[in-house]
Design a protein around this ligand. Sequence first.
Ligand SMILES: C[S@@+](CC[C@H](N)C(=O)[O-])C[C@H]1O[C@@H](n2cnc3c(N)ncnc32)[C@H](O)[C@@H]1O
Length: 444
Amino acid sequence: MRGLEEPGPRPTATPCGCVKPALETGNLLTEPIGYLESCFLAKNGTPRQPSICSHSRARLRIRKSIFNNPEHSLMGLEQFSHVWILFVFHKNGHLSCKAKVQPPRLNGAKTGVFSTRSPHRPNAIGLTLAKLESVEGGAVYLSGIDMIHGTPVLDIKPYIADYDSPQNLMEPLADFNLQNNKPKPQTVSQCEGSNDSCDQQQLLECSEPQHHCGTEEEPKYPEDRTSEENYLKRDNTAEGPQTLPKHRERATDFDLEPTNDRSPSVTEEQIVLRGLENSCPEEGTDEGPKSEYGAVVLQGSSVDMQPAPPPCRARMADRVPCSVVPAWVREAPAAPLQVRFTPHAEKELEQLSSGGEPGVDQASFRYFQSAKEARHAIESVLSADPRSVYRRKLCQDRLFYFTIDVAHVTCWFGDGFAEVLKIKPVSEPLQMTDPAESLVSLGS
Ligand SMILES: C[S@@+](CC[C@H](N)C(=O)[O-])C[C@H]1O[C@@H](n2cnc3c(N)ncnc32)[C@H](O)[C@@H]1O
């Protein structure tokens, strides 16, 4: 390929040297469809992936400057259980030009930015799969999010397992089995386990193949919807609307797991399919992997190593409806932390949920419905250890602060645990207005 000109039209430059926005060159001038109202006020303490905290909530109102009738643009969306949210990492500080990054899961080791979900990427665009709680007028209500308050949202797309999850691409497998004269594998039900079984797993591992579960996605009942006054507080979350599919696939359900003798210095990626006699056939043979469905874990990955293509990745991708991820994605740098609250913090949380005054039966949370739900969200955030690798290694003894809904949480980390010391109301109420209209900057 070297020596060939890059395809595509040349970007046109303005006299000042800036590149003119133009669809054909891909130089888009984006206009957010809305600004997210999120229970996470700042980056600190915001989950690294949406699956970490299923109780996290947000609302996105489509701006009238995009569509005169925002509700028209959301027509039909209520029939989906999950949506992709494309957004701008607007609090990155600057655009990043680093080709290698250090994702927390690699504990300081580097890998190519495009092999990660790092916020620091050339176009600072994020992609989150969120649960769609409801559509109300020109607004969508989401849960299971990892975006901060004020995040500019560029687009919403429905999550369609049939298109978006390799597990659901049935055709190639059928071909493969025809060629090999093998019976079509059973469609294993992956319906065991609760929604929460996905917590702290990458969403890559958690698709919702409706036909596997025999659960068609159904529109939510209109009566589930809340009024504007009820705002984001909804009584579904873990218990959720009964109409939505609750079950997810997990790689481990497929009896696939990495071996223990993994080392980052492994130079050859191995595909480990436990229980399969011949996980990776010789090149040139017609013998395919005997896996049914599931994710394949590649050992070794490409962390600061010469890229070594897995011996049969292409063939597997062609033939087996599975996804392939390097082992480091699945391996947390540390085990989930135990989370505890001091009696003082427990009391403060109760007070906060009752409007600050003991005995007053009115929740003061904007996003959570009860102290229990807020507590669950705090536990999920802390259990996944939200500290940066730097903080974890060098500032172990420092207090850690984060804000969730209207709670400002102070905690510290010990060996294998996090302890919540204080929970105070946030001093400034969350701005709920469109920053473009109010010219108020949101978030931190
Ligand atoms: C690792 S990114 C993953 C986001 C998305 N799921 C993705 O894969 O593109 C999530 C982290 O981005 C940070 N973040 C969230 N919203 C942000 C924003 N608007 N600007 C900058 N950073 C943000 C938070 O620290 C959060 O923990």
